[in-house]
Design a protein around this ligand. Structure first.
Ligand code: AP5
Length: 218
């Protein structure tokens, strides 16, 4: 089951991908998470991408494509994967087709006000990357991750001026990708304007309707 989740920043791709990953036992691969981790570790890749990520700009195609190519070669991707945040340009979409075959692309949609509200309330765990929202998905103890006890932080690119810039960039860049997958017959639109408790089961239903049965629990 090789899936791509696309949609504007903050629509909830990471939240839904993490839920699907648990149900189907396949890895959730977020290029944004990979870059944030490399920045945190201060690696050579992290130094190369830091400025782009913190300003909400796209990282150059060659860098992202190479990162994804290497990641998809890993053993845990043999049974499938969920790509979250990749591809973001036509060049990336074409490169992905050369690396592997994609089964389905979920295109998440919601009005801008909903997205801005989600991003401005987002908190992430600086240790394990778990995602929370101050209002909609608060942690049990303020500022502390329920899963690993790590400190919760606000992402550098969730500042209001960067959020606006990321949304504009999305609008300019994304139409050709949506069209690319629609023409291939792989695109399914998913309404993500409601709460995650409603959207996650909706995503699982779409997957089942497309013939992807979750593995039996042992
Ligand atoms: P990336 O990390 O991919 O950021 P993004 O696409 O902007 O997406 P987000 O992670 O911001 O949002 P999301 O849709 O996953 O929402 P989430 O689940 O967190 O990329 C960051 C940067 O890396 C880019 O700007 C770029 O620089 C670089 N980069 C990455 N990939 C690249 C590529 N392919 N090419 C070039 N550069 C690349 O949810 C948001 C909030 O809402 C959370 O607080 C969550 O709790 C809450 N929430 C989620 N769903 C719901 C719901 N249904 N109801 C209520 N609240 C909800």
């Amino acid at each position: 089951m090789r899936l791509v989740f696309i949609g504007p920043p903050g629509i909830g791709k990471g939240t839904y991908a993490s839920a699907v990953s648990k149900v189907y036992g396949i890895p959730h691969i977020s290029t944004g998470d990979i870059f944030r981790e490399e920045i945190k570790q201060g690696t050579e890749l992290g130094r190369k991408v830091k400025e782009y990520v913190e300003r909400g700009e796209l990282v150059p195609d060659e860098i992202v494509i190479e990162v994804v190519r290497k990641r998809l070669l890993q053993e845990d991707c043999k049974r499938g994967f969920i790509l979250d945040g990749f591809p973001r340009t036509l060049k990336q979409a074409e490169a992905l087709d050369k690396i592997t075959k994609i089964d389905l692309v979920l295109n998440f949609k919601a009005p801008d006000e909903v997205i801005i509200e989600r991003l401005s309330g987002r908190l992430i765990c600086s240790k394990c990357g778990a995602i929370y929202h101050r209002k909609w998905m608060p942690p049990k103890k303020p500022g502390i991750c329920d899963k690993c006890g790590g400190p919760l932080i606000t992402r550098e690119d969730d500042r209001p001026e960067v959020i606006r810039h990321r949304l504009e960039l999305f609008r300019r860049q994304f139409a050709p990708i949506i069209e690319y997958y629609r023409r291939k017959g792989l695109l399914v639109d998913v309404d993500a304007s409601e709460q995650a408790e409603i959207v996650v089961p909706r995503v699982l239903k779409v997957l089942e309707e497309h013939g992807f049965k979750p593995p039996a629990k042992s």
